[in-house]
Design a protein around this ligand. Structure first.
Ligand SMILES: NC(=O)c1ccc[n+]([C@@H]2O[C@H](COP(=O)([O-])OP(=O)(O)OC[C@H]3O[C@@H](n4cnc5c(N)ncnc54)[C@H](OP(=O)(O)O)[C@@H]3O)[C@@H](O)[C@H]2O)c1
Length: 296
């Protein structure tokens, strides 16, 4: 495999740390960004999406996506779609335009556990079917756009990412803020499963899939031991030594955040069967260990 990787979203939370890991493995890393960023370790140059040329590139990583923790207005939904499905379609079109021998060997594309919809206590491995709802529709279209690269001779890996815990990540920083203020609490009845993953494990799992020929198709990017929201709440409050609980009622979440609030009330008990069967070892299997590392 040619050791040149191009990362869409190298300026973002997951991608910025991934660049350094790939560079440490001997990859030359190009960041693809609408605005660029000078200070990402491992990125040797930046290109804008419209200037991308994959000739000579062995690996494409697509982590682009507008943040979805906003009210889901029609305008926002258009942005969510364009930045995920639109960007992925553009990548595949660019790959198709190249002669076969010049095409990248791997496309690692982001997706999310939202593809499963709300599934109660059902155990969801990587082969589980898609669910219903707006996020499931969005993720399904995103994955189908990536799948089109398979017919071009590219190994496609679709990471169904859970709630990523790591410093600088939106989900984690927001959780920490409300808990430190003593206003953290379970969401709704708290029984919904939250498939979390430590950001370091997520990035290492991505490098593992890039360099492991047998890794392909859908891959759950989640830790082996998901937690119910109520248990995550308890463990986080213990980790930050705040014992105040203000449960957030479901109706208030929906009122405040609309569709996104509704999505926080349904869960997915996703487990990383494929990663583990391929031989990937998680550093953070237990939420307590991840939280202890992140809260010092
Ligand atoms: N973090 C999580 O908990 C989580 C969970 C499930 C799935 N995911 C998915 O995993 C991927 C990486 O997550 P992340 O947390 O690293 O995201 P992030 O920090 O928000 O970065 C995503 C990247 O997307 C690009 N982007 C943002 N808005 C865009 C738009 N309107 N059009 C085109 N590109 C846009 C940005 O690149 P430039 O501004 O440099 O162009 C940015 O670097 C995303 O696709 C996300 O949906 C994340």
């Amino acid at each position: 495999m040619r050791k040149h990787a191009m990362i869409y979203g190298a300026s973002g939370f997951v991608g910025s740390g991934l660049a350094g890991m790939l560079a440490a493995k001997g990859f030359e890393v190009t960041g693809v960004s609408r605005k660029g960023r000078g200070d990402v370790e491992g990125v040797s140059r930046w290109v804008k999406p419209e200037a991308v040329d994959f000739a000579g590139c062995g690996v494409v990583v697509n982590l682009a996506g507008a943040p979805i923790d906003k009210r889901w207005t029609d305008e926002k939904k258009k942005e969510f779609h364009e930045s995920r499905v639109g960007v992925t379609e553009d990548i595949v079109t660019k790959i198709a335009a190249l002669p076969e021998e010049e095409r990248p060997k791997v496309l690692l594309n982001a997706s999310a556990v939202g593809i499963y919809g709300g599934r109660g206590d059902e155990v969801l491995d990587d082969s589980a079917t898609r669910g219903g709802g707006y996020l499931a529709d969005l993720c399904d279209a995103w994955e189908k756009a990536a799948d089109r690269a398979e017919a071009l001779g590219v190994r496609v890996v679709k990471f169904r990412i859970g709630v990523v815990l790591g410093k600088g990540g939106q989900a984690f920083e927001k959780l920490m803020m409300v808990f430190k203020l003593g206003i953290g609490g379970r969401l709704g009845d708290g029984q919904q499963w939250m498939p979390w993953i430590h950001v370091e494990d997520l990035r290492l799992a991505m490098v593992f899939c890039i360099t492991t020929e047998a890794a392909e198709g859908a891959v759950n990017g989640t830790a082996p031991e998901p937690e119910r929201n109520i248990d995550l709440t308890r463990k986080l409050s213990k980790a930050v030594n705040r014992w105040v609980f203000f449960p957030v009622p479901g109706f208030a979440l929906k009122l405040a955040l609309g569709g996104f609030g509704g999505a926080l009330l349904v869960g997915q008990k996703a487990i990383p069967t494929k990663l583990e069967s391929l031989g990937f070892t998680f550093r953070y299997r237990k939420l307590e260990d991840a939280l202890n590392e992140l809260t010092g």
